[in-house]
Write a protein that binds this ligand. Structure first.
Ligand SMILES: [Zn+2]
Length: 274
């Protein structure tokens, strides 16, 4: 079945992250007619973030420099399973299990799906379908390029990548039927600001599906001192469940449905109506 919401032209769906107006395509630029902001398209990827990670004054962006260089191994057994077991404990699900858990709440959602901090499309590639068009955003060029390469190799058409921050999404209000945020909610400096921005671009009652870590009973994150050290040293914000539920409520979400395995947390929540 063809998706009736499909954009007719490439890049047409993006909006200015500053003023949220539709953009004009001018060669390899997406230009905002209102605030004169021009966003380059590099190797097929629109860039709504001009800063370089390694030289950024923002510690949240600078911390991404390492992961940017690891794009090739990120999805392999050299990275994902090791991080899951180390942080989450031996009860942590496999990557395949996590993908199933994250996909489940959005299975009945058709239309457009936002994949926040998408990496190489680890989750978005598995969720894109003729009925679901996925828009992945990430700050890491390395990850986005790797995602483009995977999607081309796997023949996935309904998937788009853009370089942008979760806190300044290049989309108009209320355009997404669902959203994913996998492996990154604990990395945002201001989680509430990121969640508010995600809520802004979602339709009322749209579902958000997340994988992150929590202060659970597995892996090194079960130790309070490790959590405190990770926060100081690496800006890792590992939530207790009541704290996270409050943050979601304050950011415009409801119907929090958590599942914990060790210290791995998957949850869904709905964008509040009205
Ligand atoms: Zn603008």
């Amino acid at each position: 079945m063809a998706n009736p919401n499909s954009p007719t032209r490439e890049f047409e769906f993006y909006a200015c992250p500053a003023c949220r107006r539709p953009l004009n395509r001018r060669g390899d630029m997406l230009a905002c007619p209102r605030c004169a902001r021009a966003n380059p398209i590099r190797e097929g990827i629109p860039e709504f973030l001009s800063e370089e990670l390694s030289t950024s004054t923002d510690p949240e962006l600078r911390r991404m420099t390492t992961i940017d260089r690891m794009a090739r191994i990120y999805e392999t057994k050299l990275w994902y399973p090791i991080v899951l077991k180390l942080y989450g404990g031996w009860r942590s699900p496999s990557l395949a299990g996590l993908i199933r858990a994250v996909a489940f709440p959005v299975q009945s959602s058709h239309g457009r799906v936002l994949d926040v901090a998408c990496g190489p499309g680890t989750y978005g590639r598995r969720i894109a379908s003729p009925a679901r068009e996925v828009f992945g955003i990430d700050v890491s060029r390395g990850m986005l390029r790797q995602g483009m390469a995977y999607a081309a190799r796997e023949g996935i058409a309904n998937l788009h990548f853009a370089r942008a921050r979760a806190e300044a999404l290049p989309f108009e209000d209320g355009v997404f039927d669902a959203a994913l945020c996998c492996g990154s909610l604990h990395l945002f400096t201001d989680t509430a600001a990121a969640l508010r921005e995600i809520a802004r671009v979602m339709k009322p009652a749209a579902v958000l599906s997340v994988f992150t870590f929590t202060a659970g009973r597995g892996g090194i994150l079960k130790y309070r001192r490790v959590r405190e050290w990770s926060r100081r040293k690496h800006g890792l914000h590992v939530f207790e469940l009541p704290e996270l539920e409050q943050c979601l409520t304050d950011s415009g979400f409801e119907d929090f449905q958590p599942e914990v395995a060790g210290s791995v947390l998957t949850f869904s929540a709905r964008r509040r109506e009205g």
